[in-house]
Design a protein around this ligand. Structure first.
Ligand code: SAM
Ligand code: SF4
Length: 470
């Protein structure tokens, strides 16, 4: 049977695109596999938001060439943001690739898959012959072909971005805002739920700027509508822009019980002059006001962010303002980056901060952020948390890796649990006995098919018992 392996780098938009590719492939009769070494089609969904993402994609392409050398029937495909940006260079540098599809070409990729499927049908030899041992995690990308992939669904609500932050490549490779009709979004959510999704993530680069194209619904309305779908288990969304976090959205977030208690609101930096040059459209004080509103309406939720250091012209004083803001806000998680110049963006032409200064600032920022992240994880020690399984732990396959609803990584031994049982019941209740910067670890107390309140009450009672025993 023809099979497809899809490896994804980058952000939630790429995750959603990979899901689209997997759906189109499945509709054409492919099996979606987690094993590149036995797949008839191998897809690399690439990212170009920073230079190292680009290097990793080219490195992985070179590794995949070995698959084609070992079996010329294999089709190699590159798609995503790097493919959009580097189409010509890629076709020249990697002639062994069968197709390069940009971010706006996904429907065409779906058509190519359908056409190739017929080619494979004429082949009388079995494709599932092991061709070579390829490190499945070599690229460190996410793969949609694993046994737990259907548990999380990423549903695109909007493509592109029109905000043009001066450092960002996204509007250049994905185009301007293009909001999907509400009916299409709901239909896709229903399909995901029918397939057994336990968690739906609504994705967009500036998801909270969503506006139904025909007029009417805004993002708060969209959240309410999706949260009311029959059978919905958990709901979450990525990524929000501070400018579009309104009082209406805050109020709605505070009342929807299906929403995961986490909010990702990138601040990027803590200095007004830098925010202005970044074209972020808010000041530090305006960001603080949004956070005050969030803490009032969504008490106890995790707040996470993105930060860039060494943006062109960032002085030591600017950077210290970022450190102070992080100390003040105490993020539950922060993704920190050194500025990476992107071709075609305004900031790429501005005078760069020396690389050693950038790396030193990244280290200092990590030290501050790690304190609040670790403190967030420490609060879970001695409690029972409910987490959605992601798959076997990468470091030890006898353990499961899962995510709590506030997005904290949980690692726990599978113990006597049967994997097939966990796949059918992917929520696990874990008693947390150790906290780290990367997450928490503990012991699995049981599984649950759904995120139902009754069982959580049992888990909470267990927490109280445990605390009483300490
Ligand atoms: N749309 C989201 C927003 O407005 O915050 C984020 C999109 S981007 C894919 C994810 C993160 O990558 C950004 O929040 C930013 O921190 C980081 N990033 C984007 N361009 C970058 C660059 N040129 N150099 C370093 N980090 C960058
Ligand atoms: Fe990039 Fe800014 Fe748009 Fe986010 S809001 S995708 S950082 S341009």
């Amino acid at each position: 049977m023809a099979s497809i392996y899809i490896e994804t780098f980058g952000c939630q938009m790429n995750e959603a695109d990979s899901q689209y590719i997997a759906d189109r492939a499945a509709a054409s009769g492919y099996a979606v596999t987690g094993d590149a070494a036995t797949a008839s089609v191998v897809v690399l969904n690439t990212c170009t938001v920073r230079d190292n993402a680009e290097k990793r994609a080219y490195g992985r392409m070179a590794q995949f060439k070995a698959l084609k050398t070992a079996d010329p029937r294999v089709k190699l495909v590159v798609c995503g943001c790097l493919a959009e940006q580097d189409r010509d260079r890629m076709q020249g540098a990697a002639p062994y690739v069968d197709g390069v599809f940009g971010t706006r070409d996904l429907a065409r990729l779906g058509d190519a898959l359908a056409a190739w499927r017929d080619e494979f049908a004429d082949d009388d030899e079995d494709f599932s012959v092991a061709r070579l041992a390829l490190d499945p995690l070599g690229g460190r990308g996410d793969c949609v072909g694993d046994a737990y992939a259907h548990v999380r669904a990423f549903v695109n609500v909007q493509r592109g971005c029109s905000y043009f932050c001066t450092y960002c490549i996204v509007p250049h490779v994905r185009g301007r805002f293009d909001n999907r009709p509400l009916a299409d979004i709901l239909a896709e959510c229903r399909r995901a739920l029918d397939r057994g999704a336990r968690e739906i993530t609504l994705v967009g680069q500036t998801v909270n700027a969503y506006r139904e194209p025909a007029g009417g619904a805004d993002f708060a309305d969209l959240l309410e509508t999706v949260a009311a779908l029959p059978g919905i288990d958990r709901l979450t969304f990525l990524t929000s822009h501070p400018k579009d976090y309104t009082a209406k959205l805050a109020a709605v977030m505070g009342t929807l019980s299906a929403l995961n208690p986490r909010f990702h609101l990138p601040v990027q930096c803590g200095s007004d002059p830098v925010l202005r040059r970044m074209n972020r459209k808010y000041t530090v004080d305006q960001y603080r006001e949004k956070i005050a509103l969030f803490r009032e309406t969504c008490p106890g939720w995790a707040l996470t962010t993105d930060l860039i250091v060494a943006f062109p012209g960032e002085s030591e004083t600017d950077f210290e303002a970022t450190l102070a803001l992080c100390d003040e806000i105490e993020f539950a998680q922060a993704f920190t980056f050194v500025f990476s110049p992107r071709r075609g963006t305004p900031a790429a032409h501005w005078e760069a901060v020396a690389p050693e200064v950038g790396n030193d600032r990244l280290r200092r920022l990590a030290a501050v952020v790690d304190r609040s992240v670790r403190a967030w994880h420490e609060r879970k020690r001695g409690t029972v948390v409910r987490a959605l399984v992601q798959g076997p732990s990468r470091k030890d396959r006898a353990k499961l890796a899962a995510k709590t609803t506030d997005n904290v990584t949980v690692i726990a031994p599978l113990g006597s649990l049967d994997e097939a049982h966990v796949q059918a019941n992917p929520w696990i209740d874990v008693r947390v006995d150790a906290a780290f910067t990367w997450g928490v670890s503990g012991e699995i107390l049981g599984t649950a098919p759904r995120y139902d309140a009754a069982r959580i009450a049992v888990a909470e009672r267990a927490t109280i018992d445990l605390i009483a025993l300490r």
